[in-house]
Design a protein around this ligand. Sequence first.
Ligand SMILES: [Cu+2]
Length: 172
Amino acid sequence: MGDGFFVLKVFIVVAILAIGTMLFIVNYRAREPLAQSVVNDAGYRLRKIWLGVVLVVAAAAFVLTLPFFPYPWAKASPGARHFAITAAQYAFVMPAVVPADVPIVFDVTSQDVNHGFGIYAPDGTLFAQVQAMPDYINHLPIEFHKRGHYVVRCLEFCGIGHAYMHGGFDVR
Ligand SMILES: [Cu+2]
């Protein structure tokens, strides 16, 4: 179908534009040398404005998104069933079956280094995740409504076998 020289033509056009731009800059600077103070003042002014814009945007984003923070909702209900999860290079020790439609808590820890405990729903989307850390138990309150097989993958690079570190459980 196509024109075999398309890439070459694009390259030539881009090269001509680039060389032209460079020649223009060289010429421009040669004709009108600007005092360093002029350049400095403009640069610092621009930087101050930019900092202000970034601060305003960041503050607005922080305030506007704060109500969507998930932590206040992450409280485990008192009657929740607990399941121990232990990660180790390069496998997970966990229950084979987890009940659906009841509040549960995964108590997640690691035997060696930091791992990620990432739970993927039967449709392949990431459902929940928490860090698995040595000498520490992270509690992940969760409730499954969709039955099926959930795949667990390590989400923290933990060594040479990281890519093969996965497991799973059934929700029934
Ligand atoms: Cu890993």
